[in-house]
Design a protein. Structure first.
Length: 424
């Protein structure tokens, strides 16, 4: 009897990454891991949910992420928990909890790859569960650390094949600089306060820097001509910004200084940056980052400088697709073992374990179907080679090796087939 139950679908704003697509994800994740390791970053894995207080204190109560977009719930002991909306706060919490910064002069360089969760309106490249590659450097105050993160991020995109990259940078400065700029921005915008969007009218008192990030046409018009943050930098912040620009120039990395660039998290101080790519339309950012020298102390640790970036993997893949860039997803050729009879199937089962132990990608059909059906299955699974065993091969201690693309077939001694397939 046919089932009358309706099919359950994935929640709105999420998507399945099916086997046909997962190879592309594996390719860019492999590039991320290899490059981060090359830059001497070690992997960290943090829980996908944290105590809600972590994000309220770290990311900021007035940010859209915390006030509108978090998935927050109470557990059975009525503790408020939140699915992580971004990676940095959890990394900092983990580093503090593990005491990795307790020693004087300690530094930490880590990277992560994993899902984040935001209850925002789903659209192309923006999912309620999305994935990020990010790095964090803690314990280094010099601008060299900022630029190292930027270079790593830009090199990651280049190795993935992204074209038409653009880097924008700005400096919000230290706490003193940021407050001066905040006051200047309020003074500039206040005469036009009544023309702002409802959201930005509220932000004018609570978090005016967020107005600079608004996409509402009324807000864009109101901030046109706003003073750049660089005009309000302290001497130390200005020196830091100059050093970063000089290092980027020496590394031959093109960039544009955007005096109104801000990021969506309150913890940013000092340099912030954003990378865009062609092919994504108006929402063309694929990643960004910045310095957060106050975050460790805000979350209960000793005062420690920090800087890092996050890069959305969905948006990166969309950019590659829109730009017509093919990702190298090649794997080792698949070998298919074909069995002619029960004794041959038992022998092939043993051979399959030997091949896999030797690093040869292989599989077989265990159901006892005909040779013709086994070859059809090998073709469907896109096997490159077949190894056929029957009674005559068992008697002679051989196997029949066939190149499924050319049709060329040879007899190979059974004790040599593993070495033979390792070399193809």
């Amino acid at each position: 009897m046919a089932s009358t139950a309706s099919a359950i679908q994935a929640p709105k704003g999420t998507r399945d990454i099916l086997p046909a697509e997962s190879a592309r994800w594996q390719a860019i994740e492999r590039i991320a891991r290899e490059l981060a390791t090359l830059y001497h970053f070690d992997e960290i894995r943090t829980p996908i949910f944290e105590h809600s207080e972590l994000f309220h204190r770290g990311v900021g109560e007035t940010t859209d992420i915390v006030s509108k977009e978090t998935y927050t719930f109470s557990d059975r002991e009525d503790r408020s928990l939140t699915l992580r909306p971004e990676g940095t706060a959890g990394v900092v919490r983990a580093v503090i909890e593990a005491g990795l910064l307790n020693d004087q002069g300690a530094r930490v360089k880590v990277f992560y790859i994993g899902p984040n969760f935001r209850c925002e309106k789903p659209q192309k490249g923006r999912y309620r569960q999305h994935h990020q590659f990010g790095v964090e450097t803690l314990g280094i105050a010099e601008a060299d650390a900022d630029v190292e993160c930027i270079l790593l991020q830009m090199e990651f995109y280049r190795r993935c094949g992204v074209k038409d990259l653009a880097l924008r940078i700005n400096s919000l400065g230290d706490a003193e600089s940021k407050q001066r700029y905040r006051d200047a921005l309020v003074k500039f915008i206040s005469p036009a306060a009544s023309t702002l969007s409802e959201e930005s009218q509220r932000r004018l008192a609570s978090n005016p820097l967020r107005i600079l990030d608004s996409k509402d046409e009324r807000d864009i018009k109101a901030i046109r001509g706003a003073p750049p943050a660089a005009e309000y930098l302290s001497e130390a912040s200005a020196k830091h910004f100059t050093r970063a620009r000089d290092l980027l120039g020496k590394a031959n990395v093109p960039f544009t200084v955007d005096g109104t660039l801000v990021r969506g998290f309150d913890y940013y101080t000092g340099i912030v940056w954003e990378v865009t790519a062609a092919g994504l339309g108006a929402q063309n950012a694929i990643g960004g980052g910045g310095r957060y020298d106050n975050l460790v102390e805000m979350l209960g640790g000793r005062a420690t400088p920090g800087v890092g970036f996050g890069s959305g993997l969905e948006r990166l893949l969309i950019a590659l697709e829109e730009q017509g860039v093919a990702i190298d997803t090649r794997q080792r050729p698949l070998v298919w073992l074909v069995s002619l009879g029960d004794a041959a199937r038992d022998a092939n089962w043993q051979l399959m374990q030997q091949l896999r132990a030797a690093g040869v990608r292989c599989d077989m059909d265990p159901t006892g179907r005909s040779a013709k059906s086994q070859f059809k299955l090998a073709d469907r699974e896109k096997a490159a080679w077949s190894v056929t065993t029957g009674d005559s091969e068992l008697a002679g201690g051989t196997v029949s090796l066939k190149n499924l693309a050319s049709g060329e077939q040879t007899s190979v001694p059974r004790d040599q087939i593993v070495a033979k397939l390792q070399s193809v």
